[in-house]
Design a protein around this ligand. Structure first.
Ligand code: PBG
Length: 323
């Protein structure tokens, strides 16, 4: 039966009715706030292409995390900008590396804040690639040893979750084995499983100073045209021991999030990446869009598609607005 018996507008009549029948609810509990940490003291340096985001020294990072935590954000993910970069990414696994220092300070000051460490070499290599370079290629298997070492250093510093974003084959299994062997079987792995070779990472690379010096990341990150391959990557990561899987970027890949939600039982994270942030921010500043409204609309869409956890540069701002 249809009109006039059925009138969908009846339930849209008032805000109270709309709220009552709302299918998707955003919650601050599912937000993760990405932050960049750099050496020094009292540093808060704005990232030009990501206004409102900064490179923080450890002391200032702790304060920023306190504000975010008080606003209701339960978790942060850290990216490091080391003092020096080299061919083998020493800064990534140095026990005194910048992220390790930050984790220790955060765990001391804010023990209840969930600290996730992004796990990749590209912020620490002089060439900006995510692994060991041999000739013109990124060598998969020798990179795994460095990733495993980095995971252990992050866990030793006190990370709750390590998040490999490198897209090397077999890294989740290697990281799991290394963590377990060192007594860190309780530390979770959030795998960037379906990470696409995306133009949306542009502003991040300015923030982390991690643009590859030659070539690109297409030999390891996924082709934006592929959907079935994402399911295969996710299945492999779960088999290797991933506790949470991630799809990245978020908005251009809602179909992948929705499919993964149907296929897998593990928690799913989605990353609203730097370029997604900057598009909204820039158009908002120009007065071309209603920025606050679009932030909530995009986050709702990501949740509606099936993400349990959302990494977003808007986390601190939106958390207090969400119940
Ligand atoms: C590290 C990494 C990147 C991002 C997260 N982890 C950059 C890249 O792969 O080039 C991008 C995050 C963003 O754009 O916000 N490999």
């Amino acid at each position: 039966m249809s009109f006039p018996t059925h009138r969908p507008r009846r339930l849209r009549r008032t805000e109270a009715l709309r709220t009552l029948v709302r299918e998707t609810r955003l919650s601050a509990h599912s937000l993760v706030y990405p932050l960049f940490v750099c050496p020094g003291a009292n540093v808060q340096k704005e990232i030009k292409s990501m206004p409102g985001n900064f490179r923080w020294s450890v002391d200032r990072l702790v304060e920023e995390c306190r504000v975010a935590s008080d606003a209701g954000v339960p978790a942060v993910i850290l990216f490091g900008i080391p003092e020096k970069k080299d061919e083998v990414a020493s800064g990534a696994y140095d026990p005194e590396g910048i992220v390790q220092q930050a984790v220790r300070a955060l765990k001391k000051a804010l023990p209840n804040l969930i600290v996730i460490c992004d796990l990749c070499l590209c912020e620490y290599t002089s060439h900006g690639h995510c692994g060991v370079v041999r000739g013109n290629e990124i060598d998969n298997d020798s990179t795994l040893d460095l990733l495993a070492k980095t995971a252990v250093a992050q866990a030793e510093a006190g990370a709750d979750i390590v998040a490999p974003s490198d897209m090397m084959d077999g890294r989740v299994a290697r990281i799991r084995a290394a963590l377990d062997a060192r007594g860190f079987s309780q530390i979770s792995i959030l795998a960037y499983s379906a990470k696409y070779a995306s133009g949306f990472y542009g502003p991040f690379r300015e923030a982390a100073d991690s643009t590859p010096q030659f070539g690109d990341r297409r030999s390891h990150q996924m082709d934006p045209a592929n959907q079935r391959e994402a399911l295969r990557e996710i299945a492999l990561d779960i088999e290797e021991g991933a506790d949470i899987i991630m799809i990245k970027p978020a908005l251009p890949y809602l179909d992948v999030i929705a499919l993964a939600r149907q296929e897998f039982e593990v928690p799913i994270a989605a990353y609203q990446v730097s370029g997604e942030f900057s598009l909204i921010e820039a158009a908002g500043r120009l007065g071309w869009i209603d920025r606050e409204r679009i932030i909530l609309e995009t986050l709702t869409a990501i949740r509606r598609a099936g993400a349990d956890i959302i990494l977003t540069y808007f986390a601190k701002e939106v958390a207090p607005k969400l119940a």
